[in-house]
Design a protein around this ligand. Sequence first.
Ligand code: I3S
Length: 128
Amino acid sequence: CPSSPKHTSTPSEKCGVLNVTKITENGKKVRKNWTSSWTVLQGSSLLFAKGQGGSTSWFGGNQSKPEFTVDLRGGAVDWASKDKSSKKHVIELKTRQGTELLIQSEIDSVINDWYRALTETINTHAWE
Ligand code: I3S
């Protein structure tokens, strides 16, 4: 992550571009709206900023504001079933607050790394 070069090896700090859509908000189904989003995992929070905005894009900078933040504590992550999306490599993320997101990347290794990082984060912060 550009703003934290010293912390790039920390598993709880990760960022990159992913395709994201909400499918449920506060327990209510919402219409899918897939967007390419600059995504940052920071501690137990997952932050999304709309649009890629170039590689220097960062929430603290001028280019992008955090569009959406998800609290991972008490959440659940799993591979999405086929009926959730026709896309491949889709992660389903459920929050304790009743928001469900789909997270996708065309790149195998990228989505596998995110799956690992999200699972790790949820397990680490499960009892907070
Ligand atoms: O689960 P759905 O309804 O088949 O999801 C698709 C739709 O949301 C579609 O948008 P509109 O129905 O607003 O045109 C999206 O373009 C598709 O990407 C959605 O399906 P996938 O399988 O790509 O998640």
